[in-house]
Design a binder for this molecule. Structure first.
Ligand code: ADP
Length: 490
């Protein structure tokens, strides 16, 4: 049975497409054998050797086609040579009239030409197909080697989400095998969470990329592998054909556990460090302010100046610590906001008094607004302090700073204007993002957190924050807060 199977598979030309192994021996021996059999048949069984001409022509034609398709040009040519020799022998060996022989020679020459063409064309076709298949296989092998070597997990599916290929790394990352044939989007091979909520299979980025035909980038999930928490980042994209129809999908799974844990440790460290710094700092600040007031009454200008400087440094340090604390709180969720009904005008005046202590610039107040708002006083104080310290920090000592306020139906709009270095237009949006400092500002210390936190605070109060500014002319920072509504008072 096995031998039969082997023989069949050796003879089957389709099974050998692409293998490029062309021998001359098999077609040579087979052709010789066939002609010997045909002669034996003609001479001894039929006893009419001349009548074998037509069957030999047909048999030759079939074998020529077969051998040139199975063994390419080599196989075709060897069959052609044997057949030409055989037909020459056939004409010489048969008894016939001269006219009959002349006829036979014409037919034999014509056939030889036709057969040569067939052998070359079919053989060349076979070689071209083999080359194409071989190139395709090479490309696939290269791709497979790359996929296996990549330091990320890969899943390739067809357009229905049926898994076609995965690499070994995927198994290492998620701790479970995803077998070929598994349907993405129907079943989760593992329990997946996002922000502590279970994620259903249909939310898989690969399933979404295939259904929407759009890439899904950098989605983070948490999975449990051997009872340990692992953070993974998944991106997926559909693969489309020329007509833009989805034909497959690919998903890339990256293990970001180490990175995440390091980030968590860093956040914890910042949190603890800032907490530890806060208490002594607040006391130091209070003491320095008392000292400053006391010294003021003694009129010793130099010492007052030193106390003043001490106070400035402490305010800066306090802001820094508060910002660090807030940023870690914000990473874990929103900043806690405790609202009360207050007069925003009183709050602005309070903050201005404090900033005046450290500001060489004059600060003016231009108030044309109603002022009762329902806000977290400390948080809004933080916003005002940030805007005013920035205005002071980024403008020359001899220019003033102006705070204005006006109201429309729903909001109070407060602005802080300075006449300092200004901010280039292309950076107006960016300065509200985390850790962003406008370009070319090496001489100004800071972390680039103040405006980010301030704008988040204003957002959480239902307001907006923006800037109008021109380089060299100064900046005006605006923010709005909703005016008090009757339901706020309930
Ligand atoms: P920090 O001042 O600590 O760097 P902020 O978030 O308060 O961080 O400000 C972000 C950036 O915006 C600053 O680095 C500065 O370049 C720019 N900026 C903020 N306020 C002003 C201002 N009034 N004038 C000019 N540039 C400003």
């Amino acid at each position: 049975m096995k031998v039969l199977k082997y023989i069949f598979s050796y003879l089957n030309p389709i099974a050998h497409l692409g293998d490029k192994q062309y021998t001359v021996w098999f077609p040579l021996l087979t052709s010789v054998m066939i002609y010997i059999l045909s002669e034996l048949f003609g001479y001894f069984l039929l006893k009419k050797p001349n009548s074998m001409g037509t069957p030999d022509i047909i048999i030759t034609f079939i074998f020529l086609l077969y051998f040139s398709f199975r063994f390419a040009i080599k196989g075709g040519i060897v069959t052609w040579i044997i057949s030409t020799l055989f037909f020459t022998y056939f004409i010489i060996s048969r008894q016939a009239t001269i006219a009959q022989k002349e006829n036979a020679v014409i037919i034999a020459v014509t056939l030889a030409i036709v057969y040569a063409f067939i052998a070359l064309i079919v053989g060349w076709l076979k070689q071209t197909i083999d080359d194409l298949i071989d190139k395709e296989a090479d490309a696939r092998r290269r791709l497979e080697a790359i996929i296996e070597q990549l330091p990320v997990g890969i899943i390739i599916s067809d357009k229905t989400g049926k898994v076609m290929q995965v690499n070994k790394r995927l198994h290492d990352i998620i701790g479970t095998a995803v077998d070929k044939g598994f349907i993405v989007g129907k079943d989760n091979p593992i329990v997946v969470r996002r922000n502590n909520v279970l994620v259903s299979a249909s939310e898989s980025p690969l399933a979404q990329a295939i259904t929407k035909g759009k890439p899904v980038i950098g989605k983070e999930f948490v999975v449990k592998v051997d009872d340990k928490r692992k953070f993974i980042q998944v991106s997926a994209t559909s693969i489309n054909n020329k007509k833009n129809n989805v034909i497959a999908g690919v998903s890339i799974v990256t293990n970001i556990t180490e990175q995440k844990e390091l980030e968590e440790r860093k956040d914890d460290f910042i949190n603890i460090a800032s907490h530890e710094l806060k208490t002594p700092l607040t006391s130091a600040k209070i003491f320095s302010q008392v000292l400053q007031k006391r010294l003021n009454t003694h009129k010793d200008i130099q010492v007052v100046d030193i106390a003043n400087k001490l106070n400035i440094q402490l305010i800066k340090l306090e802001e820094l610590v508060r910002n660090l604390l807030d940023i870690t709180k914000m990473k874990k969720g929103k900043l806690p906001i405790i609202k009360k009904k207050i007069s925003i005008k009183d709050l602005v005046e309070e903050v201005v008094e404090e900033i005046k202590l450290i500001s060489p610039q004059e600060i003016f107040l231009n108030w044309k607004a109603r002022d009762v708002v329902y806000v977290d006083k400390d948080r809004i104080r933080q916003v005002l302090t940030n805007l005013l310290t920035n205005a002071v920090k980024y403008s020359p000592e001899d220019k003033e700073v102006v705070i204005s306020a006006r109201t429309n139906k729903k909001n109070v709009e407060i602005s802080v204007r300075d006449f300092g270095i200004g901010i280039p237009k292309q950076e107006h949006k960016k300065i509200f993002s985390k850790f962003y400092q406008a370009s070319g500002r090496d001489t100004f210390p800071g972390l680039g957190l103040g405006l980010y936190i301030s704008s988040e605070i204003i957002k959480q109060h239902g307001g907006k924050m923006w800037v109008e500014s021109e380089t060299g002319k100064g900046s005006t920072f605006y923010f709005t807060l909703p005016l008090i509504k009757s339901e706020d008072l309930l």
